[in-house]
Ligand binder design. Structure first.
Ligand code: GLY
Length: 561
């Protein structure tokens, strides 16, 4: 009787605990307990929970991504794609590429109008913008590195979708800001639209998504790429101008690629190679600014920022000309990151003046890329590390929800050069190497990265931010290694970004005014933006003490095993 009374009294607490958000934790230090840092407290907790159940870092990566697909629908996904970089405690390094691919009926000029002009509305919004989703295949490819079955890893996401979670003020405002786009791009009512405004504390319950996740739980990968879920995706295509077929979905395959590995000041950097430009850009930028004695200048001093901006300029010019899906183009990675090539590239650097962008590359108008996307960094108690960046591309991707299946589809097709020379939503200019072909992966900027010291994970880092991703990861690494900033400062101090075209240098609004003025004197066009990236960082010292920092720019949060 007493026991029953006790349960009865505690019931409201358990119900409330299910529905309310876990408090946001910005930094945790830990010795020999796993750490997860992601864009959402409930997703980080899902990863920590499966580690408590006996899972390792790779179990946590799967569970956290699946939970993000529920609680962070603007970028977390099962309708998009991503890249995972792993380093195991036995030294094994691997990557999984689950980037979306172009449908079989896609073609080079599919977004050009009769006059040959690029129609970016079609590549960015609605059903024609969708690439074949890779995330679910990515989760199953990761499973061979994990310890628990998918059945258990997907359960936290099912619970979150079925029971709901309470929206924060920011999340409610974000959904409200998207109503007109959700209305414009969906023929049937979605769970994300409602008559009244969303407000803080509202429960977001996603029954259709819970059912989709349960089908995957029961039927595995095939339950997404074949059968009911696939049929619902194809049916959604027919509600507009979509072209994805059952055949496209059935044939989607992940690619397990060798990581891009290079030395930076005695540390081994392990990052993602093509079809992400991220690793190559990171290597180029670190190596070019590495020719200078960066630490002799202060962090965010005019001298240091100038050097780094000029490294960014040269790297991004190469991105536009040479980078694309390595299965479709001649892969120039080795040359592009060689010291010999980069020394030649650096010869035109002058401390006196900005180098005009036209001097470092053939001017190819750059497509603009969205700043959404999301990143997860994880270390487990045994020293296995993983960095995962995943995306729908734009905010809520194509804005199309698969009717009856409850998840957003990506607008990743916009990451191709839809008209070589025309900027995408991030302003990145692409060339022929990144033109559309059926089955091809669109070039990415995602840069999940693990830095090793003496063969052991030292830094685990990544961020969303489109083309600002590689430059933010670059700054995080330089901040830690060259400027010796604390992990918290490495993440939260003001960042800058340059990408060759346009010529502007973006700086966060709290960037040092003195540096801005000094750079303007040297012909730099400085432009203030509200924020750049949301970096999720874990750093581990020689004794195995780990510190995880969630970016202060958002509601990102750390969880401990
Ligand atoms: N869509 C963002 C990226 O792949 O970089």
């Amino acid at each position: 009787m007493k026991k029953l009374l006790f349960i009865f009294l505690l019931l409201p607490y358990f119900l409330f605990a299910q529905f309310t958000e876990i408090s946001i934790v910005k930094e945790i230090k830990s010795n020999k307990r796993g750490l997860v840092v992601s864009a959402h407290a409930l997703a980080s907790e899902a990863g920590a929970k499966v580690m408590r159940m006996g899972g390792n870092a790779y179990d946590a990566a799967i569970a956290t991504q699946l939970a993000l697909a529920v609680v962070y629908p603007q970028a977390g996904n099962i309708g998009g794609g991503g890249f995972l970089v792993g380093v195991k405690n036995n030294g094994e390094k691997f990557t999984i590429d689950y980037r979306e691919t172009a449908p079989e009926n896609a073609s080079r000029d599919m977004y050009l109008d009769k006059k040959g002009n690029a129609n970016t509305d079609l590549s960015q919004n609605g059903r024609l913008a969708v690439g074949i989703p890779g995330s679910v295949a990515g989760f199953f490819a990761t499973l061979k590195h994990a310890k628990l079955p998918m059945e258990k890893l997907i359960q936290p996401a099912i619970d979150l979708a079925e029971k709901g979670f309470a929206l924060t003020e920011r999340e409610a405002a974000l959904l409200n800001s998207q109503t007109e786009f959700f209305n414009a791009h969906n023929k049937t009512q979605t769970i994300f639209q409602k008559k009244e405004m969303w407000k803080q504390g509202d429960l977001l319950i996603q029954k259709d998504l819970a059912d989709t996740l349960k089908r995957i739980q029961k039927g595995g990968e095939k339950a997404f790429y074949e059968g009911k879920t696939a049929a619902l995706i194809v049916a959604e295509m027919t509600r507009g101008n979509g072209i994805i077929t059952m055949n496209d979905l059935r044939h989607y395959k992940v690619a397990e690629r060798a990581p891009l590995v290079f030395d930076y000041r005695g540390n081994e950097v392990v990052s993602m190679g093509l079809p992400s430009s991220g690793g190559i850009l990171l290597a180029q930028m670190l190596k070019m600014s590495g020719f200078e004695n960066l630490s002799a200048y202060g962090h965010n001093s005019a001298e240091a920022v100038q050097i780094m901006v000029e490294a960014e300029r040269r790297a991004f010019a190469d991105r536009a000309e040479f980078m694309g899906d390595p299965d479709f183009i001649s892969d120039k990675t080795e040359r592009l990151i060689s010291d010999e090539y980069l020394k030649k590239r650096w010869k035109s650097f002058s401390k006196n003046l900005a180098t005009p962008s036209a001097d470092v590359g053939k001017i190819i108008p750059q497509p603009k890329e969205s700043t959404e996307t999301t990143h997860i960094s994880i270390i487990d108690k045994d020293g296995n590390a993983v960095a995962v960046t995943t995306t729908l591309n734009g905010l809520f991707g194509s804005k199309v929800v698969v009717s009856g299946a409850g998840f957003f589809l990506n607008n990743e097709m916009d990451d191709f050069s839809i008209k070589p020379g025309v900027p995408n939503m991030f302003g990145a200019v692409g060339g022929e190497a990144n033109s559309i072909k059926p089955g091809k992966r669109m070039l990415s900027s995602m840069t999940p990265t693990i830095v090793l010291k003496d063969g052991k994970p030292f830094i685990i880092v990544g961020t969303p931010g489109g083309t600002t991703i590689p430059t933010s990861v670059y700054q995080s690494i330089v901040n830690l290694i060259d400027f010796k900033l604390s992990p918290e400062r490495a993440v939260n101090s003001p960042k800058f970004h340059h990408q060759w075209l346009p010529e502007n240098v973006l700086v966060e609004k709290n960037f040092p005014e003195f540096t801005i003025k000094e750079l303007e004197k040297k012909n730099y066009k400085m432009e203030k933006v509200s924020q750049i990236g949301r970096t999720e960082l874990i750093i581990i010292d020689e004794k195995g003490n780990a510190t995880a920092v969630a970016d202060g720019r958002g509601e990102d949060s750390v969880a401990v095993e």
